[in-house]
Design a protein. Structure first.
Length: 255
């Protein structure tokens, strides 16, 4: 069923999804690494009412932040910070406090894929599939490979002051949960998710005997709270741009 404000009609979306699955099938037949078979790609629920509303939003300022990199990071204290999250925080603050815009007029999307999709995986996946060990992501708090998503938690805790001039205030927090509270929607890429699930089976990080389709379903069921599963985030970037979002591409950069 088409939505009036959706720049891509449902019929076109179904065609693109079928085409994407067919492309993945061809790659799998060709034996390309890290590609899941089509039965793993087929079953998922994409989108959300909040994401639909964001695409349909009128007025204000809109931006989609895109990154395929998990390692555009640096350590600050006991936290690992990602450049995309810092740029999101800075973007919101500049419009809210320098240009005095209402928070409700600021519309932001996080669009990560490839290794950047790790930002969207919940703690259970980090521990169960040894994502920190696999991708050499060290948790600064434990000095060991991360067994939790190190990008989610609020950096300054639940009681951080909401005075923009105070040290360690709420608005300087780049934790995903704080950015979500400020309205950012985090898009997860199902294509990349299938690749990570396939890799977990191939190098035996998945539990013994667990079928690939079950690993994929496990990843899909254990995204961070509020994350929105999409067929392919690169396609969602185009949808966002068609809906008036400017694109900010975050490079593989670390301070």
């Amino acid at each position: 069923m088409s939505r009036v404000d959706d720049p891509i009609p449902a019929s076109t979306r179904r065609f693109l999804l079928r085409a994407g699955v067919a492309t993945a099938a061809g790659a799998a037949i060709a034996g390309l690494p890290g590609v899941a078979p089509t039965n793993a790609l087929a079953a998922a629920t994409f989108g959300s009412p909040a994401y639909d509303a964001a695409l349909a939003a009128k007025g204000g300022v809109k931006a989609v932040f895109q990154s395929p990199f998990y390692d555009a990071t640096f350590v600050a204290g006991n936290f690992l910070n990602h450049l995309l999250l810092l740029q999101l925080k800075n973007w919101l603050n500049s419009f809210q406090f320098a240009y005095k815009m209402a928070a409700s007029d600021l519309h932001t999307l996080s669009a990560t894929y490839a290794s950047g999709n790790l930002l969207n995986y919940g703690d259970v996946l980090w521990e169960k599939y040894k994502l920190g060990e696999k991708y050499k992501i060290i948790d600064p708090a434990t000095k060991a490979p991360a067994v939790r998503n190190p990008f989610v938690a609020a950096r300054f805790g639940p009681n951080a002051p909401k005075d923009y001039t105070a040290p360690n205030n709420y608005y300087q927090d780049s934790g995903i949960e704080v950015l979500q509270q400020r309205g950012t929607i985090f898009l997860a890429c199902n294509n990349s998710l299938n690749g990570h699930a396939s890799a977990a089976v191939a190098d035996k990080r998945a539990p013994a005997g667990m079928a690939l389709a079950d690993v994929v379903a496990d990843f899909q069921a254990n995204l961070i709270p509020g994350a929105v599963l999409t067929p392919a985030v690169v396609g969602e970037v185009s949808r966002a741009q068609a809906a008036g979002y400017s694109l900010l591409f975050i490079p593989n950069f670390a301070l």
